[in-house]
Design a protein around this ligand. Structure first.
Ligand SMILES: Nc1nc2c(ncn2[C@@H]2O[C@H](COP(=O)(O)OP(=O)(O)O)[C@@H](O)[C@H]2O)c(=O)[nH]1
Ligand SMILES: [Mg+2]
Length: 247
């Protein structure tokens, strides 16, 4: 039987660890077991039992304290992830060889890991070599998606992860429960693919005409990749996710 993995990605604070904790509960209610691997070397706490924790391999504080390296928090994290990529045998040992396993990888929030650094791609390829079926889950905080341009920027971040990892990916807006009814309506407007044209600026200054072309080009790109977003915080969202992940 194959093994399954979700790579849980998204900016810091978007809700990755909360998602993993919630998925454990959801799996339990379905009588399925799921394990979580913490891949954030800077994680301070999480509300779930871990199968493996990257901090057993390397910790950001140790890297930052090292006088010969002299890294700040961001450089320290990149160093840790590169060290991790050079030591996948640690992960292999931690994962063991359990058949029919379902593992969530709770990843760090640094966006460059999903856009231009090779480490997450190397992780995906390694998992595939170990016969895992891998999918990506990209989380964005809905509170940062309420204005049209912010929405597009969130979608573009998700899209760049999707393009760089080349695996099936589901994009999820978190913290929908924190939005006002007006903000929820605004976001729902953008979720309909045909409504992207609503984001155009209709005033006819020269600047906005140029801007309109750019917006149209970006929306076309999003449409072409069929980038869609699901919302977290309702009954239907749990059902949709269950269908998606074939639970
Ligand atoms: N209200 C609400 N809070 C959330 C949700 N998801 C995450 N949070 C909160 O957002 C904060 C950051 O979440 P966390 O899972 O640690 O984010 P991470 O950095 O992506 O792992 C925590 O205080 C969570 O309790 C959500 O769907 N609704
Ligand atoms: Mg976290």
């Amino acid at each position: 039987m194959p093994r399954y993995a979700q790579i849980v990605m998204g900016p810091a604070g978007s809700g990755k660890s909360t998602y993993c904790a919630t998925m454990i509960q959801h799996f339990e209610s379905l009588n399925r077991s799921v394990q979580v691997v913490n891949l954030d070397p800077a994680a301070e706490h999480f509300d779930y039992p871990v199968m493996a924790d990257i901090r057993e391999l390397i910790q950001v504080e140790d890297v930052m304290e090292d006088q010969s390296l002299r890294f700040g928090p961001n450089g320290g994290l990149v160093f840790c992830m590169e060290y991790f990529a050079n030591n996948f045998d640690w992960l292999e040992e931690a994962l063991g060889h359990v058949e029919d396993d379902y593992i969530l990888f709770d990843c760090p929030g640094q966006i460059e890991l999903y856009t231009h650094l090779p480490v997450m791609r190397q992780l995906v390829e390694q998992l595939q070599q170990w016969e895992f079926r891998v999918c990506g889950v990209f989380l964005v905080d809905s509170q940062f998606m309420v204005e049209s341009f912010k929405f597009i920027s969130g979608v573009m971040a998700a899209l760049s992860a999707m393009v760089s990892l080349e695996i099936p990916q589901i994009n999820i807006m978190t913290k929908m429960d924190l939005l006002s009814p007006k903000a929820k309506k605004e976001i729902e407007k953008y979720l309909d693919p045909d409504m992207y044209s609503m984001m155009e600026d209709n005033s006819d200054t020269i600047r906005s005409k140029k801007f309109k072309k750019l917006t149209e080009a970006i929306c076309e790109l999003v449409r072409r990749f069929k980038t869609s977003l699901f919302q977290i915080g309702s009954e239907e969202s749990a059902q949709t996710l269950s269908c998606w992940f074939d639970l």
